[in-house]
Write a protein that binds this ligand. Sequence first.
Ligand code: ZN
Length: 401
Amino acid sequence: MSNKWENNEEIQFFREYLRIPSVHPDVDYDPCLKFIKSQADNLNLPMKIYYPAHPKKPIAIITWTGIKPELPSIILNSHMDVVPVFEENWTHPPFSADIDSEGRIFARGSQDMKCVGMQYLAAIRALKKEGHKFKRTIHIVFVPDEEIGGKLGMCKFVHKDEFKALNAGFSFDEGVAGPDEIYPVFYAERSIWHVFFKISGTTGHGSLLHKNTAGEKLNYIMQKMFALRDHEVKRLENNPELTIGDVTTINLTQLKGGVQSNVVPPLFVACFDVRIAIDVDHIKFENQLKQWCEEAGGGIELEYEQKEVRVEPTKIDSSNKFWVAFKKTVDELGLKTRPQVFPGGTDSRYIREVGIPAIGFSPMNNTPILLHDHDEFLKADTYLNGIEIYKKLIPAVANLE
Ligand code: ZN
């Protein structure tokens, strides 16, 4: 079956990248590197590979040097890895990049986020062909392992001399699709805390009424945590201005403990996945948790599997010239955008952490949100339209003085 998109060179490149199964676990990044090198050659631009943390975790960077290379550079970031698939739930094989009669391209990574990585390259290809040159150097960056937290990828890279040598001034990175005409734009992320309450108590026979049992203390902690959760649920429900990224989310994710049915156990462990809203004071929040542990009767240890520091949001006002240039461009294109806090985590948090402004934006509107879902797809027209958007956005930020 042939259709009007199949002969489009950019659609071909996109589908070629989608066919690389860079899927967790144990991703083999070599085919990605090979493909990205072929793209660099096609663009007649140099590519470098870095290994900031591990010999199997490469970062590939294609660089287009600016007329004023002393100016801080522009980073166009994307991750090469994709999340696992449950192939039996797909109507098209997840790594064949089938295109149907409506132009829907089915593949893992079609939305998250091989689309964006290839749209950067497609826009650069078009701009270069048109003879443009920009003041700032542009680095198109391909990173590993974002989907497993970026610990051996961007997380480490931002602290290396090789990253500092890029002299980055601003970064674009992923957003998510918008189901209606609005394009979500992300300027911040919440801080992820995975909190374990290790609750000790009096042990004994299940027929008695001991004092200070682990169960009573667990009950107290649960009440406090779920009251806080309820408070955030109501705050979100009662204010249409807020999105999920604006509130603190709290979920009980693990419960462990118990010995046998007639023994009052010495220990219960409760784990909560907490995503702390950007306006919450971390020290006050932790002190509150400690206070509840004391009020519950003591003997409770707090442990953290993950405890992210607060990262300053990227400014979305006149103090950030990159934001001003971004906003002016999308407004001129007539795109409806909505700035918000990203509900999950992306590599932008590491970039913001070292003081570089970062905007999360995937140019996909009127598109069902299918990242990490079965039958992930992106329409060819949406993809091509996104290239046109980057053809305006990249010059806007790369030509700033
Ligand atoms: Zn992603």
